[in-house]
Design a protein around this ligand. Sequence first.
Ligand SMILES: NC(=O)C1=CN([C@@H]2O[C@H](COP(=O)(O)OP(=O)(O)OC[C@H]3O[C@@H](n4cnc5c(N)ncnc54)[C@H](O)[C@@H]3O)[C@@H](O)[C@H]2O)C=CC1
Ligand SMILES: CC(C)CC(=O)C(=O)O
Ligand SMILES: [Mg+2]
Length: 351
Amino acid sequence: MKIAVLPGDGIGPEVTREAVRVIEALDLGIAMEEALVGGCAYKAKGHPLPPETLDLARASDAILFGAVGDPDCDALERHLRPEQAILGLRKELTLFANLRPAKVFAGLESHSALRPEVAGAIDLLIVRELNGDVYFGEKGFRQTANGERQGYDIMSYSESEVRRIAHVAFRAAMGRGKRLCSVDKANVLETSQLWRDVIVEVAKDYPEVELEHMYVDNAAMQLVRAPGKFDVVVTGNLFGDILSDQASMCVGSIGLLASASLGERQTAHGTFGLYEPIHGSAPDIAGQGLANPMATILSAAMLLRHSLGLAQAADRIEAAVAATLADGVLGRDLGGTAGTAEIGDAVLAKL
Ligand SMILES: NC(=O)C1=CN([C@@H]2O[C@H](COP(=O)(O)OP(=O)(O)OC[C@H]3O[C@@H](n4cnc5c(N)ncnc54)[C@H](O)[C@@H]3O)[C@@H](O)[C@H]2O)C=CC1
Ligand SMILES: CC(C)CC(=O)C(=O)O
Ligand SMILES: [Mg+2]
């Protein structure tokens, strides 16, 4: 069993280090190999996703990813920017299904941005499509007839792209509360109308799942008003990106939300995938030991469960995280004082 470890930029290496320590402590006989990705890869090798990094990812059973993004690189041409590395990995490896679970940890109800009784009910899963939408459409700058500069990004989904993510979401709903909310903007966008039509077609294969459609603006509101009403949410790349950051603050902090990005490729141990916190490289706190590593540690647990078939080890990590939080070991993002390594130490002690 082999994991490609891609720490990336900013707080990426800080949070990834703690997740690697947790995996090592479990002594599972997993080989781990590191490679450069993002801004640091651009600076060292001239490209945010060097071929050797992609080769390592392909040759591994799973990828543990930190974060990419570096303000020094924001003026580079689009294809050389650090963010292209994570977009490239998702696309090149056909990792189209992004699972972002959001659940309030016992004892953290009062740390949510919402009232404790509202937050306490949150237990939802966002299934975000990851290979299509406006992120991957034709884009560029052009001049209008009157000489103005215009930027454009084409939003589109093909029916096969919607169908495959719909099946992932319906299957996830079957394994949970059998309720699925599909989020779109079909009142305005043709891309969303097709999305909705295909979701309705796929629903026929899952008669036990209660399907609801919701416009994304309403969904953003309902996520704050009554987040406990959601079970599984399925949505496109852009809406899922935004709603999952919002969900993180309903739970308490963006430093708590993990994710798995999966495709169809099976290895000898499970489903090949990439695992990362939902947050970015947080340049505002990078290098200060302030980042909360829980999202990355929980991503490592998802990796063990989905890609390596090590469900018991995953359960151990998740229980250790829950116990650490219940003990009140909290980073600054949750109103506490614990630093990145201190949080990692506390999780190790609870394993
Ligand atoms: N998958 C990825 O690699 C992603 C990369 N990015 C990139 O990251 C860079 C920064 O983007 P932002 O919009 O600032 O989003 P961000 O998620 O990096 O940070 C947003 C805010 O949350 C805080 N934060 C994030 N993670 C935290 C953690 N683990 N513990 C405590 N506080 C945390 C940050 O300090 C900041 O105030 C950009 O270059 C962006 O493109 C953004 C999102 C995802
Ligand atoms: C940096 C972006 C490419 C992606 C993002 O914000 C995310 O996947 O959450
Ligand atoms: Mg995001």
